[in-house]
Design a protein around this ligand. Structure first.
Ligand SMILES: Cc1cc2nc3c(=O)[nH]c(=O)nc-3n(C[C@H](O)[C@H](O)[C@H](O)COP(=O)(O)OP(=O)(O)OC[C@H]3O[C@@H](n4cnc5c(N)ncnc54)[C@H](O)[C@@H]3O)c2cc1C
Length: 494
């Protein structure tokens, strides 16, 4: 075992992936986690005979998980399951339910009579999205940056033909390719449910539709998403990694260039040679290191992703007309998207996503029952700090869903849990309840995002949603690779 000791603060996926890479490389690793379970947002809720995934329900770029386990010489400890169809979309006022397939022939069939010549158009659209994905993957996403100059120099090597995409919105790019509102709205969902409106998101993010529709599709995990965490934990144990649960870091001791220890709620100081912070990278710098760039006022002025309003329902009976992954939208997309993230009141006629894991994983619900995870993107606590009205919004969503699928959900509920942005903030120290951390506007990526290496303390690194490269399960796994690269260079194993 190597002699360098690393402490990771937080046991979210970014931290667990880092702990795997570092412990297998020979570092001595310990993890301190505020909660009683590992996984952070990738967590599990077990209640009244039902099992729910708390946050993520699917992901793209599954090959990043494959790479993680390959890099440590272990077989992947869970079973990946490709989604087909990717998801279904219900738009209010339309009796058509759109099934979104990766197979473009099948997808064209879904838009028959709605978008003429869809197949030719979608192929042209995806060609552009594919080019930008591959032209930026290693120059922007999978790379460490030490300065803004270095970042800009790397960006400058991206082919010039992509330049107009920086000045167009996501929606404007869709308008260049498609005529029907339905196609434009559906292809915007990948941005919308990441907490960004397509009307102010740069068009480069259309590359997400390439990752979804052509490149690698969407995946989940057989037996539920928490199998990822359950698969990682024994590997960490094998390498002697200790996880200390119910241990929240409340303060830190540091001098000009080095962190000495992190101190938990009982006053215990945890020392190490180096520290990896998995709590929000922007919030941590302001809250614990008193950095002027990250005061509350400055953090509030940044762009943050959606705050989640989530409902976990165990329901008696089999609900018809609903699939594994479903979006339920209203008929006012533009108005809704324009106001939802800025409104100080709960949304009226909310747009939401429903995941019914029991459709493909019967073990997560008792016989003849369904388990529903509902996610409604809502304003974060900067604009709506008070969520005492949670019950009203939850009931509105349940009633709308009941009407749209033709099943009385309300009267068949066996268990119900609701998490508001306040709960999300309190559970995992998410800044003002933002579910996915800092947004990914062009001024908040690469060297413009809080760095994965502290700017003053030379033994402190960051991994997770709000540092580089960004949020989402495969992306924080990439983040773990980037900090491993740095640590191996800065603190080589002797
Ligand atoms: C509702 C929801 C749905 C999502 N759906 C998807 C999806 O379908 N697909 C996808 O790819 N991504 C999804 N995401 C995003 C994804 O969950 C995150 O990007 C990812 O899990 C972030 O991982 P992380 O490494 O940043 O760690 P986090 O999950 O943020 O974990 C950080 C950990 O640090 C702990 N911690 C914080 N402060 C302290 C402290 N002071 N002391 C000790 N411990 C501390 C927290 O308790 C937490 O366990 C979703 C997120 C949410 C909220």
């Amino acid at each position: 075992m190597g002699n360098k000791k690393v402490i990771l603060v937080g046991a979210g996926l970014g931290s667990l992936a880092s702990a795997l890479r570092l412990s297998y490389a020979g570092y001595q690793v310990e993890i301190l986690e505020k909660q009683s379970t590992a996984g952070g947002r990738l967590n599990i809720l077990q209640k009244d005979g039902f099992t729910f995934d708390v946050g993520p329900s699917f992901f793209s770029m599954s090959y990043e998980f494959v790479e993680l386990f390959k890099s440590i010489g272990e077989p992947i400890p869970f079973e990946l399951n490709e989604l087909n169809p990717l998801y279904t979309v219900n738009i209010a006022g339309s009796d058509r339910v759109f099934q979104i397939y990766k197979d473009l022939d099948k997808l064209a069939n879904e838009f028959k009579g709605i978008e003429s010549d869809f197949e030719t158009k979608v192929r042209a659209y995806l060609k552009g999205a594919k080019e930008i994905f591959h032209d930026t993957e290693y120059k922007v996403v999978k790379k460490n940056f030490d300065s803004i100059v270095g970042f800009i120099a790397s960006m400058a090597t991206v082919p010039l033909k992509h330049l107009p995409k920086l000045f167009r919105t996501f929606w404007a790019e869709l308008e260049r390719h498609f005529d029907s509102e339905e196609v434009k709205i559906i292809f915007s969902l990948v941005a919308f449910f990441l907490g960004a409106t397509p009307f102010n998101t740069p068009s480069v993010y259309n590359l997400l539709n390439y990752t979804e529709l052509e490149h690698d599709g969407y995946w989940n995990v057989k037996g539920g998403m928490y199998k990822i965490v359950e698969g990682i934990l024994p590997l960490l144990e094998k390498k002697g990694v200790k996880i200390h649960y119910n241990t929240e870091i409340k303060s830190v001791n540091y001098n000009k260039s080095k962190m000495d220890s992190v101190v938990d709620q009982s006053g215990k100081a945890w020392t190490a040679d180096l520290f990896v912070i998995n709590a929000d990278a922007a919030w941590f710098r302001g809250h614990f290191l008193n950095r002027k760039k990250y005061t509350e006022e400055k953090l509030d002025a940044l762009e943050w992703t959606l705050a989640p309003f989530t409902i976990y329902l165990g329901v008696k009976g089999t609900i018809p007309g609903i699939h594994h992954h479903n979006y339920f939208l209203g008929d006012n997309f533009r108005d809704y998207a324009d106001t939802i993230f800025r409104s100080s009141v709960a949304p009226k006629k909310p747009y939401y996503y429903v995941n019914v894991a029991s459709k493909s994983n019967p073990n997560c619900a008792p016989e003849n029952c369904e388990n529903l995870f509902i996610l409604c993107p809502v304003p974060d606590m900067r604009v709506k700090p008070n969520w005492d009205d949670a019950e009203t919004l939850a009931n509105e969503i349940i009633e709308d869903l009941s009407n749209r699928v033709g099943y009385d959900i309300q009267n068949n509920i066996l268990t119900k849990t609701v998490y508001t942005p306040v709960d999300w903030k309190n559970m995992f120290n998410l800044y003002k309840g933002s579910g996915l951390g800092l947004a990914h506007g062009l001024n908040q990526i690469g060297a413009f995002r809080p760095s994965n290496k502290d700017e003053e303390l030379n033994n402190v690194y960051y991994v997770g949603a709000s540092t580089t490269p960004g949020t989402g399960l495969p992306i924080v796994v990439i983040g773990s690779k980037l900090i491993q690269e740095r640590i191996l260079k800065d603190f080589p194993i002797s």
